[in-house]
Design a protein around this ligand. Structure first.
Ligand code: NAD
Ligand code: ZN
Length: 272
């Protein structure tokens, strides 16, 4: 950490003077909660083809025809999402919100961990795995993460034949019309959510903090560019080289869960 002391101090100084900080997060911020990113080596996209199983239709087809590959992957993912807890990075962002520094968090993540860490103004551009939407009447409701995953795992382990009926048996039923609900997440080819607001808050920021995102998933990768164009300072925290080098004022090659608490400590004077 000592190696990046100067960058951490510069980031703390800039953030302590800012009042309209927008944060843009990707899968990397939840990596320290043991939810793997998809794109890093060994991630999901090394195991399955995203163009095949990343769409609703493709996932259904893969479930029916390649269950021996898909089901164990699903079980592992369910396990990771069930055991995950908000980490030091998620919690430090809420500390910065309570200090009046961070205003809005825009996340590509679907894991609910920012909300569970306390973040109040959250834009989930790829939706949330634990919010259900009815395919028939559009009714929406939230489910509790851990009991919901346990229910899905139990139902999944009881399936003998992986057909459409089996897939439907996993669905939550709508309270309003008794039709099936699906997790309100954006799959490949579906519209990204809340874009006008995400672009507006990006352009209104005095600083944008970019955490754990590779910069290759669009349109989310445009937020820092939009903020920079509007005059904001851009601070990037990512342990590996990423697509935002060109627009970052400060680049800190550290894990978010190490860098963010260190920055909070410097702002509050609780660490050297
Ligand atoms: P991505 O393209 O945003 O890449 C992840 C980035 O995080 C990489 O640049 C990596 O270097 C960085 N990173 C890894 N560990 C980090 C750490 N400890 N601190 C800071 N940065 C770290 O993400 P992806 O994995 O390709 O995912 C693509 C999309 O899939 C996401 O936009 C999201 O919608 C979805 N996804 C969501 C979750 C989740 O909800 N937790 C997990 C995986 C994927
Ligand atoms: Zn309904």
């Amino acid at each position: 950490m000592g190696q990046w002391k100067q960058e951490l101090e510069k980031a703390a100084t800039i953030l302590s003077r800012a009042t309209r900080v927008t944060v843009s997060t990707g899968a990397g911020i939840s990596a320290e909660s043991s939810i793997p990113t998809f794109r890093d080596p060994g991630g999901l996209w090394d195991q399955i083809n995203p163009m095949e199983a990343g769409t609703a239709k493709g996932l259904l087809r893969a479930f029916q025809t390649k269950s021996r590959i898909i089901v164990p992957i699903l079980m592992t993912m369910l396990d990771r999402f069930e055991k995950a807890e908000p980490n030091a990075g998620h919690k430090a962002l809420f500390d910065l919100e309570k200090m009046g520094i961070v205003r809005t968090v825009i996340t590509q993540n679907v894991d609910n961990l920012h909300k569970e860490a306390g973040t109040t103004d959250l834009i989930e551009v790829h939706g949330n795995l634990f919010k259900m939407v009815c395919l028939s009447c559009g009714w929406e409701r939230e489910v509790d993460r851990k009991p919901y995953i346990e229910m899905i795992r139990n139902r999944l382990s009881m399936i003998d034949v992986y057909d459409l009926d089996a897939l439907l048996s996993l669905a939550v039923i709508c309270d309003q019309c008794r039709s099936v609900m699906r997790p309100d997440v954006v799959m490949f080819g579906e519209a990204v959510k809340s874009m006008p607001r995400a672009f507006r808050v990006s352009a209104e920021s005095d600083v944008m903090l970019v955490l754990g995102t590779s910069g290759v998933v669009f349109p989310a990768a445009s937020f820092p560019v939009e903020a920079k164009k509007a005059g904001a300072g851009v601070i990037v925290i990512n342990p590996t080289e990423n697509g935002f080098r060109h627009c970052s004022d400060i680049y800190i090659p550290m894990k978010a869960g190490d860098a963010l608490p260190a920055i909070v400590g410097k702002i509050t004077g609780c660490s050297g």
